[in-house]
Ligand binder design. Structure first.
Ligand SMILES: *[C@@H]1O[C@H](CO)[C@@H](O)[C@H](O)[C@H]1NC(C)=O
Ligand SMILES: *[C@@H]1O[C@H](CO)[C@@H](O)[C@H](O)[C@H]1NC(C)=O
Ligand SMILES: *[C@@H]1O[C@H](CO)[C@@H](O)[C@H](O)[C@H]1NC(C)=O
Ligand SMILES: *[C@@H]1O[C@H](CO)[C@@H](O)[C@H](O)[C@H]1NC(C)=O
Ligand SMILES: *[C@@H]1O[C@H](CO)[C@@H](O)[C@H](O)[C@H]1NC(C)=O
Ligand SMILES: *[C@@H]1O[C@H](CO)[C@@H](O)[C@H](O)[C@H]1NC(C)=O
Length: 464
């Protein structure tokens, strides 16, 4: 265990995480002065009360449906301070939030393991296929009251430290058959405010998994002021992935750090953080957990202490001909065209995937998604995470992400590796973001990715 100055250790008392004995926490080795890299769209003086990096968030989502092959005991608990079990789903009855049979068995084990490791245990509600009824659940006062009761009931029953709302998306269609309404974002806020007033809800960590742009307003464009959400949410995690995939016109980076230098701007961490902070998240509010107790650090300016960056332990695959994939010098082209009709099977797709129906009754299709460890299992990468023999590799210095190409199978993948996770960790640190959130926690291999981002952020574990 690393030793830290007593003054820094004192700041840990303000952490909004579940404590186990002995208490352990994750912190940067020492508070670092950080410069503000983006416009915050607001007053950065905080009225003389500045924020400082007195904590980090090291979190991710654990997909409950993988429990049979990746037990909660297999999670690298010591490298996280919060973890979220995914998913409970909305139903057409606002008083009912549904957990499948496997999750009902697994969630208590997950919560117990988290508690034993001093890690906060959250449950995520929603997800891509579980957001059908958010709109109606928060649609009017009576429904919101019922939904608040359902959420607090789940939290109490499973002894949860928090709830993550993964509504994909308020007033924006996701899966295809979600209820949506122009009032979604306003109703979501009213619901969160009511949850925060509830005696059980007020003690929960509340987070939201969000898209690259702020919540949609009633007029169908992103809201320009989401500061009220920052009053009720402990943090948001920006899902900066699936930016390019089999649904895109060409190959492109799954999870770009930047796109200001890209030929086509489809979204990136840099653009998303700018969009959310531009819409005043977390606004210019001084939050308890953002304030350093150490006077020496109170000279620093504004920190985006409620925004975590969602990072991807997976990639998207594409069928690309060799002539399109490789340039004349044998280099890997970054945005080649691909053949949708020959979509490669991802590591958890089966040949019958295409005919499996989603909750809207539509064929799910082939995802083409490979977890990082699946790319190792399928021979794209060595077990140390480098490109395998016979696999072409390129690192895009705009998106700061790698691409690999298997000329025999004519398969290209855009994904994340140790280098791109380190780049994201550096970005998080130098811009004062709260931390990272990995999707999915089960995608890594020997903590290659988790170690890279944690090391880049200088995260150390301390124990009392
Ligand atoms: C920033 O906040 C300070 C202190 O509250 C105030 O005096 C100043 O006018 C503000 N500046 C802007 C640009 O809002
Ligand atoms: C700074 O924040 C602390 C803790 O919330 C508060 O006690 C103090 O009055 C604030 N100082 C200023 C100058 O706002
Ligand atoms: C633990 O996870 C690894 C993948 O990281 C997997 O190969 C192994 O089977 C898992 N073991 C258990 C007991 O879940
Ligand atoms: C309230 O919930 C019911 C389902 O119990 C739903 O039928 C109704 O549309 C909801 N109301 C609103 C305004 O969303
Ligand atoms: C990764 O593994 C490959 C294959 O075993 C090896 O050739 C390469 O040197 C290793 N790279 C690093 C950085 O360890
Ligand atoms: C990558 O970096 C090099 C050197 O800084 C630069 O010349 C090149 O234009 C960059 N490429 C992209 C795609 O940004």
């Amino acid at each position: 265990m690393h030793l830290v100055p007593v003054s820094l250790f004192a700041t840990l008392a303000a952490l909004h995480v579940a404590f186990a004995m002995p208490y352990c926490g994750l912190v940067p080795p020492q508070p670092q002065p950080r410069s503000v890299a983006q416009s915050t769209g607001g007053n950065t003086t905080n009225g003389g009360n500045s924020s400082s990096p007195d904590q980090v968030l090291a979190t991710g989502w654990y997909p409950g449906w993988l429990g049979a092959t990746y037990a909660p005991s297999n999670i690298s608990w010591s490298k996280y301070n919060a973890l979220t079990f995914a998913f409970a789903v909305t139903t057409n009855d606002p008083s009912v939030i549904s957990l499948d049979a496997q999750s009902v068995t697994l969630l208590p084990e997950f919560v117990t393991e988290a508690g034993n490791n001093g890690v906060s245990a959250l449950l995520s509600i929603g997800g891509w296929t579980g957001s059908l009824y958010f709109s109606t659940a928060v649609g009017n006062a009576a429904n919101r009251s019922a939904f608040v009761k359902a959420v607090t009931g789940l939290a109490t029953k499973y002894n949860l430290d928090g709830i993550d709302f993964d509504w994909e998306y308020p007033n924006r269609q996701g899966l295809g058959c979600n209820a949506i309404s122009p009032s979604d974002s306003a109703n979501f806020l009213a619901f969160l405010q009511q949850l925060k007033q509830d005696p059980v809800g007020s003690k929960l960590i509340l987070s939201a998994a969000v898209g690259e742009t702020p919540f949609m307003g009633a007029n169908g464009t992103p809201m320009t002021d989401v500061s009220a959400f920052a009053d009720v949410l402990d943090h948001i995690a920006i899902m900066n992935y699936d930016v390019w995939g089999s649904f895109s016109p060409t190959v492109g980076p799954n999870s770009p750090l930047d796109d200001s230098c890209a030929p086509t701007k489809a979204g990136s961490a840099v653009a998303a953080v700018k969009a959310w902070t531009g819409a005043k998240f977390p606004a210019n509010q001084v939050k308890e957990r953002c304030i350093s107790l150490e006077p020496a650090y109170q000279t620093f300016l504004f920190f985006f202490c409620k925004i975590a960056l969602g990072v991807a332990a997976y990639g998207h695959s594409f069928h690309v001909t060799t002539s399109a994939a490789l340039g004349s010098s044998g280099n890997v082209n970054l945005y080649p065209s691909f053949d949708k009709s020959q979509q490669p099977l991802g590591d958890s797709d089966t040949s019958t995937s295409a005919s499996v129906l989603d909750p809207c009754g539509q064929p799910e299709g082939i995802s083409g998604v490979f977890n990082f460890n699946g790319m190792i299992a399928h021979g794209f990468l060595n077990s140390n995470g480098t490109a395998a023999n016979g696999i072409d590799y390129a690192f895009d210095n705009c998106s700061q992400t790698p691409f690999v190409y298997n000329p025999t199978a004519q398969t290209m993948l855009s994904y994340d590796d140790a280098r791109s996770f380190a780049a994201k960790g550096n970005y998080i640190s130098s811009n004062g973001l709260l931390g990272f959130a990995v999707w999915p926690v089960t995608g890594d291999y020997n903590d290659i990715l988790l170690g890279a981002i944690s090391d880049a952020m200088g995260i150390v574990q301390i124990c009392s």
